[in-house]
Design a protein around this ligand. Sequence first.
Ligand SMILES: Cc1ncc(COP(=O)(O)O)c(C=O)c1O
Length: 477
Amino acid sequence: MVDQMTRTVDHARVTAILDRELAAYRARSPRSAQLHARALQSLPLGVASSFQTYDPYPLFMTNARGSRIWDADGNEYIDFDMAFGVLAAGHSHPLLAEALQHRVANGTCYTFPVEDGVALAEEIKRRFGTDLVRFSNSGTEATMDAIRVARGFTGRSKILKFEGGYHGHHDDVLISIQPAREAMGPIDAPHSVPATAGMPASRLDETVIAPFNEPELVARILERHRGEIAAIIVEPVQFNIGVVPPRAGFLQRLRELATEHGAVLIFDEVKTGVVLAYGGATEYFGIQPDLICLAKSIGGGVPIGAFTGRGEVMRAIEKVPDRTAEEAGIEHSTLAGGGTRVAHLGTFNGNPLSMTAGLVTLTQILTRDAYPPLHALAQRLTEGCQAILDQYGLPGYAINVGPKGCVMFTPARVTNYRDLIGLDGDLWAASFFYLLNRGILLPPGADDQWTLSVQHTEADVDRYLAVFGAWAAEIAA
Ligand SMILES: Cc1ncc(COP(=O)(O)O)c(C=O)c1O
């Protein structure tokens, strides 16, 4: 219905609205502009992570509480970005703030194990139906370590990842994230396209690319690499190209193919874990992978990562299967067991601050009963946005999976990265700055999505809808 009713957008009008909103943005955020100008003298692009930058300059933030965040000029926003989805618990949840105050006063790093780390591992096992857990400090470390475990376990070196999937910023996976159309190759044999300068060409051979949501093409690609693939790594919902859910049966087919090919199936649940459901995408879709990567929301806002999975696979950290120990070829190393073990290391792994943050977040805030209201709130936002798009006949559709969603400014439903290429970036930018200037903060990228927290209210969602409705009316006028 949406497609049939869609009107053609007047792009001159969209550009005029965008220009006006950019001027308003500059007028209301002079302090951020100054701070960014200063930051450019000390930090490349003026930010600590290149994801934080956008034109004309990013807002600098000073404080946040619950569903609210304030910028350096004192402007208040309802935060629907929630730190790229880190904050399903909301900003500074009172239970977390209290526990962390105690922790900060009693030492934040020992590099000796702590009981909260054991309890947090037990909680993660309960939620995800897994046997063993290891902690790291970010989603990048979680996927990097899970891939190494898979390689150690299987004795193979290649991995298969999906075009459009993002798994952090290490070399194995910073490939074919949003490749240019002319570089991406045919859909049945996508090219491995580096997403960064500085990538050794030799690394590209190790990462085989497949199209998301195309099970038969995945089967054929795996067949071409039979006996070579250590791991299939997948975001169960592609949340780094908007919101792209798996087609019915796709994850199940990946499970079967991984088993058939002796590859380790890794669900990258950095965005989905403890957000879509109590047991993440694993519970939500009812498919059990071999390894699961976690980060973001499990720490309630404190840096953390983890990976968890089947005991047989995870025990490669204690001893790799005999058949692969020799093949590892580094028996002469004594570091962490040399070639007989997968090294999993990290000074900050399991630090008491992160462990307490994770334990309180999972056992006291994101409890089982937190999820139904979160889903209902997300439904209200998605249905409200869709009704507005329908009312004004704008190209695009509203979509969510659990408490994460967005408006996809594409004429047709996106099933994998190649469909996203038709996205109307101007329309997205006009809506981003229009909403921001009226106190609704979304992630600064058309490829990201809103995340609701347990501290958002119906009034927050209704405010979003009111502003989005006013924007749509102006675009369509
Ligand atoms: C699915 C997924 N995996 C991994 C990562 C990397 O996590 P981090 O930024 O904590 O290294 C991200 C970050 O956005 C992600 O979305």
